[in-house]
Design a binder for this molecule. Sequence first.
Ligand code: ARG
Length: 579
Amino acid sequence: MADPISYVAQRMAVAFAKVGGSLADGIDTAVRQSDRADAQVNGSLALAKAMGATPRDIATKILEVAELKDICSSAEVAGPGFINLTFANDFLARELVVASTSEKLGVRKVTSPRRVVIDYSAPNVAKEMHVGHLRSTVIGDALVRMLMFVGNTVVRENHVGDWGTPFGMLIEHLVDLGETNAAEELSVGDLDSFYRGARKKFDGSEEFQIRARTRVVALQSGDAETLRLWKLLVAESTRYFQTIYETLGVLLQDTDVMGESAYNSLLPQVAQRLSDLGLLTNSDGADVVFPEGFTNRENQPLPLIIRKTDGGYNYATSDLACVIDRVERLDSSLLLYVVGAPQAQHLQMVAAVAKQAGWLQSPREMVHVAFGNVLGADRKMLKTRSGDTIKLDALLTEAVERAAAAVAEKNPELSADTRNEISRIVGIGAVKYADLSTDRIKDYTFDWERMLSFDGNTSPYLQYAHARICSIFRRANVERASVRKFSPTISHDAERELAMKVLQFDSALWDTIEKYSPHRLCTYLYDLASSFSSFYEQCSVLKADTDDQRSSRLMLCDLTARVMQAGLDVLGIEAPEQM
Ligand code: ARG
């Protein structure tokens, strides 16, 4: 632990207990950042109320018993009974060394590591990935990296939509086109035109509909030739998805695909187990479960359909099988679903049934990491000008092209190779960061200008701050590692400010993880970059007054760059050394 605020919070909790005894239980001893001092504690007011005493007296008592000498240079009662704290400069300096020499830059490891399954990306076979899948991919991947960073075991699962009735028509369309042509169309990512082609025939021809339906039956009964054709569709689509993942630089691999079809053999078991538990009811010919607490607008109980009237199983059934598999085979205690907000009710119902069936007992938990839409400039769902869904590979290519223009303008001296590499990093980073930096539950507007700007809360701004520090070391001709153990002297306000920010990496990352909300880490990194910027404006590094000051500042620069790089890295964004 290196964050001064969490340090004080710990000491405060002890002091509150000493003063209030059991009355201090449940009182918020949190230490907050403050404008007047470094930090402020407000809990003294609540404790005074609980004890029926005067707030200022209680605050004074707390300060009498609190051990803060080694941490604070001043601790005062203020206003109606707050406690204002100022950290001692040598304490900050000590903690900087702790962070700088620790493996994870001062970030606490998880106390009891969990096996976490993260369900993310999950595009559908023979369909273009839409921007919703982009969001799931980018947010999910950031969560994977963060949870691993603090020491959890993470299992990535890509719940690809690779099963269901549309496959009848898709396979028949494939047969019509001829396998080679179809494979060609799919592998270059023309998934939508393939899907539309199938759909058009299906809507226009009764004969095709009959073929499609017969094909579904053949597929479900495991007909070898049909399975071969189905596998072809799946393989070509996954190959295309994998190219997108590589361009995006996410961790997902072929081996992470755990599509809906992977649960097929479990589906009869799901129905059987639900029926054995007495949870399955027949409703209008379908086998359903009515989970407690779900009703429709007319206040009637809402069913989760397990087996349809035609005997086929459902999306919900495979999701239940999936819960069983994640709990019983993978022994996961935390199941994260990075899925768009419209599927909230579906996932809630699945969780409710799984709990009722005893498959998901606390402390195991299932969390829907929901997200909003990506909007265009017109505030409507992002589409191409002709109204089509945006092809992700085209979008990413455009990002890199636009970044190339921005990078060339910023730094015309770069060689062509370096510029290409940096443009890739900046372009892809910008798209990912734009997605990650807004509260995931909100919609966000896709805006090229904004996301590629070198100013404001953008990835280029953060990457630039990092590159700038790298260039300071290049100019100083100092090895970065050589300053890492240096015990700094903190004196200038801007130095202090930056030191405090750097030390908050721990709490910022943990706060982000606890809420599964990457935008919190983004806000922190943006603040860090801004603090660096004002530090660099006010404090000469290379032309410092003394050797000690120069080394102190270089140490602070290096640590800032490492925190920036590590922070961007857990967001899945690269940090180039020059820009
Ligand atoms: N393939 C689905 C879609 O495109 C998302 C699947 C999400 N994961 C899950 N376990 N249901 O909407």
